[in-house]
Design a protein around this ligand. Sequence first.
Ligand code: AMP
Ligand code: TRP
Length: 336
Amino acid sequence: MIQKRILSGMQPTNALHLGNYLGALKNWVDLQNQGDYECFYCVVDLHAITMPYDRDNLKKATREVAAAYIAAGVDPQKSVLFPQSAVPAHSQLMWLLATMAQVGKLNRMTQFKDKAGKNAENAGLGLYAYPVLMAADILIYNATHVPVGEDQKQHLELARDLAATFNTRYDVEHFIQPEPYIMGDTTRVMSLRDGTSKMSKSAESDMTRINLTDDADLIAKKIKKAKTDPQPVPTCTEQFEGRPEAKNLMTIYAALADETMDDVFNKFGGQSFADFKKSMIDVSVAHLEPITTRMNDLMNDVTEIDKILAEGGEKCNAITEPFIDQTMDIMGFWKS
Ligand code: AMP
Ligand code: TRP
């Protein structure tokens, strides 16, 4: 039987927010605790340099994302937590796969088109090859399952494709084709100011999102100012119709309080949003404060986080070095 393996990662760009937590991190922790999978959680710092970035902040951002993983419940005793740049085999495999990745397919990648914008001629090769590096991240561990959001499915498809191309070209069963892991009750978190757009790190106003680094006062302020409508709190799903902000706040409440939406309807349906928001603030602070505190502790003395990252990197190197050797051997490279 093949060992089931999870590999996922996030970029150390800006501070993580509630969408990253409810939409991804919380599920990673569930997968880890479920015990069926070996879990590898990566901070994809090599991907972070495909867009303009701040060299002086990269190290801190990498530690901060790792701290968020741990504070959310990723346990370095159970999962392997590591920075992508600490494992050279990711970049090595990327080159090998790049020789098999078709330009036609890369041209169709919607994320590249979005990120390159109008000026695609000036985009870096790294941004263009981003999906190939992501494929290498996954295939180098022979991960069987990759928890990703909708926006990453196209990239995962390329990883599957490259695994199959390699196996066919060299007539081997070397790479496993990874499956997307569709996270059961993943919560899609929307902006606090516009219930029709996703909560995002790139939104200009910080008031649109709750960051995992926000303190209790700031969380309270953002929830108080969150957009609602003049009607009372909905009593059933049908009343969400045309009210995306109401739906979003109640969805966040249910996820953070670990209650069903029916519980939330029963508790708050028909009340004013002002009252609902008071409870929402309490629940949000109660759930997020321990996470923020743990993150701050880890960031105030980076010895522990650095040790965890270094150990994670070593574990990965022990797995990936022989695997890259095998891969190159299959491809016919010289080796003494
Ligand atoms: P990103 O912040 O776009 O790099 O995404 C990192 C991870 O968080 C991915 O798995 C996304 O699917 C997830 N994610 C980002 N924003 C949200 C959101 N607003 N709601 C739910 N999941 C999200
Ligand atoms: N591209 C992913 C994102 O933006 C991040 C990522 C890089 C990733 N390598 C990965 C996700 C490997 C899953 C598996 O969210």
